[in-house]
Design a binder for this molecule. Structure first.
Ligand SMILES: [Zn+2]
Length: 342
């Protein structure tokens, strides 16, 4: 079982997860560029190679853990945390939680696609629907205070399986960085009666220098204070829905922009290894004021953040949390906009 340990010196949590040591990549160095592996556990027809599914979007009449699915969600074999662990918080100088939590793999498509750039619109829409359903389901569990939703694409981004997949990690604690984000979003919302994200989007559209695409009420832009080169944030301009309550109209509006941005990144950078992070709201009141939860859905609306992995971080970034980004977002957005128009 893993341990969620509190680092009192730096006010942050660390997950000590020995089970992760058995992940396929450890001890082998960098995984080689692979063709279709002989037995990919995530491909359609190989359902018996994964633990039983938790959720799936399936064709009518098909049975769980058989083919004819569009997305499939299974427990991660190499868990950072597990739902079967005791929900137990131990206090003291060396404070920790038993490794309780949810760690799920969303198999994004039955086809052996290795990049999100290859996905169809229908696959991209089903992916968002699946994430919505998982967050909506897990937020009913009062022990889960926070959900991290992310994709790692490419070895540089931390991926160990090449078949397109997304990860969900639900925790009994709220990370310090996210706690701050929720507090800032909440304070802005109660004093201005509109989400901070909406305000930022409106300013970015007005300024226009960092816009990559703006259409169908959706804006994609390189943030003013981009921490990473070619970082792109995508959000619907007026939406006040969190991921677990995404409307079909929001999904339909976001998907074309997301696909264009990914294709442009691929075209302009020549290769694409990235992390994609989906914004989630706080779910329970652990370590966060109850009032923040009241407006959480509206104050923390859904957005996607794409972070290409071009450079490694050094001691300055680790010690300060301040990123040094050598590519101005104004330059990145111009190139990405050209990539879309090309
Ligand atoms: Zn596969």
């Amino acid at each position: 079982m893993s341990d969620i340990r509190y680092d009192r010196l730096h006010d942050c949590y660390v997950i000590i997860a020995p089970e992760r040591l058995h992940r396929p990549d450890i001890g082998r160095g960098k995984p080689k560029k692979e063709a279709v592996p002989k037995a990919c556990p995530f491909c359609e027809g190989h359902e018996s190679m994964t633990p039983p599914e938790i959720f799936a979007l399936r064709e009518p009449g098909s049975l769980p853990n058989t083919p004819h699915w569009r997305t499939r969600v299974v427990p991660n074999l190499y868990k950072a945390v597990q739902i079967e662990a005791p929900y137990a918080h131990h206090f003291g100088l060396f404070e920790h939680w038993d490794g309780f939590g949810a760690h799920e793999i969303i198999i994004d498509t039955p086809r052996h696609l290795t990049s999100m750039v290859q996905w169809s619109s229908a696959e991209t829409s089903d992916w968002l629907r699946t994430l919505r359903e998982r967050v909506a389901d897990l937020r009913k569990d009062s022990r889960i205070a926070y959900i991290s939703l992310f994709k790692n694409e490419g070895a540089e981004a931390g991926a160990t399986q090449s078949h397109s997949h997304t990860q969900l990690i639900g925790l009994p604690i709220i990370p310090a960085r996210e706690r701050t984000r929720y507090r800032v979003a909440h304070d802005y919302f109660v004093s201005h009666d509109r989400p901070l994200l909406q305000e930022v989007l409106a300013h970015e559209r007005e300024d226009a220098r960092r816009i990559v695409a703006a259409e169908n009420g959706v804006t994609a832009y390189c943030p003013y204070a981009s921490a990473y080169p070619f970082e792109v944030l995508i959000a619907a301009d007026r939406v006040r829905e969190q991921i677990g309550a995404l409307a079909e109209t929001t999904i339909a509006a976001i998907v074309p922009t997301l696909q264009k941005v990914l294709s442009s990144l691929q075209r302009q950078l020549g290769f694409l290894e990235f992390n994609l992070i989906l914004a989630t709201p706080p779910l329970q009141a652990q370590e966060i004021a109850g009032e923040i939860l009241e407006h959480a859905a509206e104050s923390c609306p859904f957005y996607l953040r794409i972070v290409p992995r071009l450079y490694r971080q050094g001691g300055f970034e680790i010690s300060t949390g301040i990123m040094i980004n050598p590519v101005a977002p104004e330059t990145a957005s111009k190139l990405l906009k050209e990539g879309i128009d090309a």
